[in-house]
Design a protein around this ligand. Structure first.
Ligand SMILES: NC(=O)C1=CN([C@@H]2O[C@H](COP(=O)(O)OP(=O)(O)OC[C@H]3O[C@@H](n4cnc5c(N)ncnc54)[C@H](O)[C@@H]3O)[C@@H](O)[C@H]2O)C=CC1
Ligand SMILES: O=C(CO)COP(=O)(O)O
Length: 332
């Protein structure tokens, strides 16, 4: 198989290395010449990692590098995916399996990533769409540390191909057909990771984090089910799995965003200065708006929304959450 990976960021580079480790010819497309030179000449992507890369990886800033690929893996943030896929479409002349790894929603239409990709990719260029999502810090995958993730598609044959293609000694791929539940789980856990970082930043402890993760999971499931997800999906890699890895780790940019906001007891400075990919910021806005319209009870998302977008004070939002009407709380 020849694979083309769009994006020379941390996740694109790490997944390209998994493909290269498995013997696939793999090229990365990126917009930054310095990064593609670093990959081609030094077998490094210093902007993303200090670790050396599989030397068989190549990179290019010319989108024509995707032309003979069997597989197109989009590894750019949700905010950039439309621009980048449109550039890719202009260079395609044959059908490919499209893999999405972004966790979030289209910033304007609020579509899940696979829905958005299906809408903008001309049907004659799409063999299948698969989301490859799960608890997976790129910093660990690049060091070939053990990771398990889901290949998600309604097309079980395509999910099976992706499962075989990526699985190896350190990377184990499961399959799931609940596209709605997995994509919603992978997006909403970023909101909970921001909340978890806030708790850490304001000096709360393990009890608070356990409560947040448990109630956060209930919220993710409630939202997902309202959109047609299977509730059991949220007990899998794209629910509780990804929730654990991001709510408890300083490798998570969403957690670290929350941590800074918690320390400062305000999101003001962070929102004005952040340049990193923190998908939970736009996911929070989108989920807040969608939940409001559909009357889905999302107390943690609402509190994070107040902090990020309405100058809410983190410790006051937490006090308000603790004083919610007890009668409305279910047992779990
Ligand atoms: N880093 C990780 O551990 C994981 C990331 N993801 C998801 O993967 C997606 C990408 O994340 P990362 O690779 O970590 O982000 P990153 O910030 O490390 O890299 C993003 C890449 O996209 C490129 N890019 C951004 N805007 C662009 C534009 N307008 N045109 C062309 N290229 C553009 C950047 O140049 C960079 O190469 C996100 O949705 C993230 O949630 C999912 C699982 C793990
Ligand atoms: O999705 C991830 C791990 O599964 C990466 O999390 P962050 O985007 O918060 O770094």
């Amino acid at each position: 198989m020849k694979a083309a990976v769009l994006g020379t960021g941390s996740w694109g580079t790490a997944l390209a290395q998994v493909l290269a480790d498995n013997g696939n010819e793999t090229v990365l497309w990126g917009r930054n010449q310095q990064e593609t030179d670093d990959i081609n000449l030094n077998h490094h992507n210093m902007k993303a990692f200090p670790d050396p890369l599989n030397p068989s990886l190549t990179a290019s800033t010319d989108m024509h590098c995707i032309q003979d690929a069997d597989l197109l893996l989009a590894a750019v943030p949700t905010s950039a995916i439309e621009t980048v896929l449109n550039q890719a479409i202009a260079c395609l002349d044959h059908p490919v399996i499209v893999i999405n790894v972004a966790k979030g929603f289209h910033p304007v239409t609020h579509e899940r990533m696979s829905v958005f990709i299906r809408r903008i990719m001309p049907a004659q260029y799409v063999k299948a769409i698969v989301s490859l999502i799960g608890p997976s810090h790129a910093e660990e995958v690049i060091q070939r540390k053990l990771t398990a993730i889901n290949a998600v598609s309604e097309d079980e044959g395509a999910a099976r191909i992706i499962q075989q293609l990526f699985s190896n000694d350190y990377f184990r791929v499961y399959r799931n057909t609940d596209v709605i539940g997995t994509e919603i789980g992978a997006a909403l856990k970023n909101i909970m990771a921001i909340a978890s970082g806030i708790l850490e930043g304001i000096g709360q402890g393990d009890n608070a984090r356990a409560a947040l993760m448990t109630r956060g999971l209930a919220e993710m499931e409630r939202y997902g089910v309202a959109f047609g997800a299977h509730p059991e999906t949220f007990l899998g890699l794209d629910g509780v799995g990804d929730l654990i890895v991001t709510c408890t780790s300083r490798l998570s940019r969403n957690f670290m965003a929350g941590y800074q906001i918690g320390i400062e007891n305000s999101a003001d400075h962070f929102m004005k200065t952040n340049t990193k990919t923190v998908e939970g910021l736009s996911a929070c806005r989108i989920v807040y708006e969608e939940a409001k319209e559909r009357h889905i009870d999302m107390p943690i998302t609402t509190a994070v929304y107040h902090v990020l977008y309405e100058n809410g004070i983190p410790d006051q939002e937490i006090t308000a959450l603790m004083h919610r009407d007890l009668k409305s709380e279910e047992q779990r």
